[in-house]
Write a new protein. Structure first.
Ligand SMILES: C[S@@+](CC[C@H](N)C(=O)[O-])C[C@H]1O[C@@H](n2cnc3c(N)ncnc32)[C@H](O)[C@@H]1O
Length: 315
C-alpha cells in the first residue's frame, strides 16, 4: 500500500521537452514508454500531445519518483500505467512491437541529488547510499569499504574518467583501515584534501561520485539491456529517443546505434572488411549528430548543459 504521508516536493525540470516531442511525434492513437519517468515532466508532455487517447507506460527504479508521478499524472488517469522497476526488464512488461516511441532520460533527477538522505550529493552531508531503488541491498558505502583498491581504481577510471583514479583509490584504501566510510562528506573531503579545488568551478569529487553511483546501480549494464529491450518493444517505424548526460553513457548509446544500423556483423574487436557477415540493419539514425539543448534552455536550466539527445528509428 502507498503511504498516506504528504508527498515530498519532486521538482525536476525536464530537459529538451520540445526536442523529445519532435523526435517521438506523439499522435492520438500512439503508445509510448517513458522508461525513466522520474517526476513525470516528459510523460505529461507526451500524454498532453497525444490527447485524447494516446497511452503511456512509465517506469522508474525509484519508488519516490513513481509515487510523486502518480499524483502528478492523475489528470491522465486511464491512459497510463506506472511501475517501479529497472528498464532492463522492459521486455517482460510490454509486448514486442507494441510501442510507437520509447524515451530514456538517463542519470539522476534533481530531487535525488537534492535530498541529502539519498546520498548522491557531495554538496550536502548524508549517508553514502546512492541506491536508485532503495530495495536493493548494495550501497555506495558497501563498495567504498569492501572493494579492493584496484577495483575502486577501475570504477573511478572506467565510469568516471577520473585521471587520478589510482591515487584516490589508494588513499581510500589507506583511510578505511581505521574507520568505515559512512557519509558523503567523509569521502568528498578526503578527495578535496588530495585535489584541492583552488577556485575551480567543478568539485574535485564530481567524477568519483558519478562513478560510484554508476557502479552501485550497474547503470551501464542496465542501459545495454534496456536499449535492446526498448528496440524490441517498438513497432517498425517507431522511435527510440535517448538523453545522456556524460560521455561514458553516450558512448554506449552511440555504439548500440552504430552496431544495429550497420548492414553487417563481425566477430572479435576489430572490424576487418574481408571478414564481415552481411545482415539486415535493425534501425537507422534519425539524425547523425546528437541534439543539444537550445541557448534559451541552457539559460533557464543550467542542469541541462551536458544533455545530449540521440534518436533512432526501428526498421
Ligand atoms: C533525469 S531523471 C528523469 C526525469 C524525467 N524525464 C522527468 O521528466 O521528470 C532520470 C530518472 O531515471 C531513473 N533511472 C535511472 N536508471 C534507471 C533504470 N535502469 N531503470 C529505471 N529508471 C531508471 C532515475 O531513478 C531517475 O528518476
Amino acid at each position: 500500500m502507498r503511504s498516506q504521508c504528504p508527498l515530498p516536493n519532486f521538482n525536476h525540470e525536464p530537459v529538451m521537452v520540445e526536442e523529445v516531442l519532435a523526435a517521438l511525434k506523439p499522435e492520438t492513437s500512439g503508445r509510448f514508454a517513458d522508461v525513466t519517468v522520474g517526476g513525470g515532466g516528459h510523460a505529461a508532455a507526451i500524454l498532453a500531445a497525444s490527447s485524447p487517447s494516446g497511452w503511456l507506460f512509465g517506469c522508474d527504479r525509484d519508488g519516490a519518483a513513481i509515487e510523486a508521478t502518480e499524483a502528478r499524472l492523475r489528470p491522465f488517469e486511464g491512459r497510463l500505467e506506472l511501475r517501479q522497476g529497472n528498464f532492463a526488464d522492459l521486455a517482460g512488461w510490454l509486448e514486442p512491437g507494441s510501442c510507437d516511441g520509447v524515451l530514456f532520460d538517463l542519470g539522476v533527477s534533481s530531487p535525488q541529488l537534492d535530498r541529502a538522505d539519498r546520498g548522491f550529493s557531495f554538496q550536502q552531508d548524508g549517508p553514502l547510499d546512492m541506491r536508485m531503488d532503495t530495495r536493493q541491498s548494495l550501497t555506495a558505502a558497501d563498495l567504498v569499504n569492501t572493494a579492493t583498491e584496484s577495483e575502486l581504481a577501475k570504477i573511478f577510471w572506467n565510469l568516471g574518467n577520473e585521471p587520478q583514479a589510482r591515487r584516490f583509490a589508494a588513499a581510500i584504501a589507506k583511510d578505511r583501515v581505521g574507520r568505515r566510510f559512512e557519509s558523503t562528506q567523509q569521502l568528498a573531503s578526503l578527495i578535496e584534501r588530495l585535489a584541492p579545488r583552488r577556485g575551480k568551478r567543478v568539485h574535485p569529487a564530481t567524477r568519483v561520485f558519478q562513478a560510484l553511483r554508476m557502479a552501485v546501480n550497474d547503470e551501464l549494464g542496465s542501459l545495454r539491456e534496456g536499449l535492446t529491450a526498448g528496440l524490441r518493444i517498438l513497432k517498425t517505424g517507431g522511435r527510440l529517443a535517448v538523453i545522456t548526460f556524460h560521455s561514458v553513457e553516450d558512448r554506449v548509446v552511440k555504439e548500440f546505434g552504430q552496431r544495429l544500423a550497420r548492414g553487417y556483423t563481425f566477430t572479435g574487436d576489430v572490424d576487418v572488411p574481408d571478414l564481415r557477415q552481411p545482415c539486415a540493419p535493425q534501425l537507422k539514425w534519425v539524425q547523425r549528430k546528437a541534439i543539444k539543448p537550445s541557448m534559451a534552455e541552457l539559460g533557464r536550466n543550467p542542469r541541462s548543459r551536458s544533455a545530449q539527445l540521440r534518436v533512432m528509428e526501428k526498421l
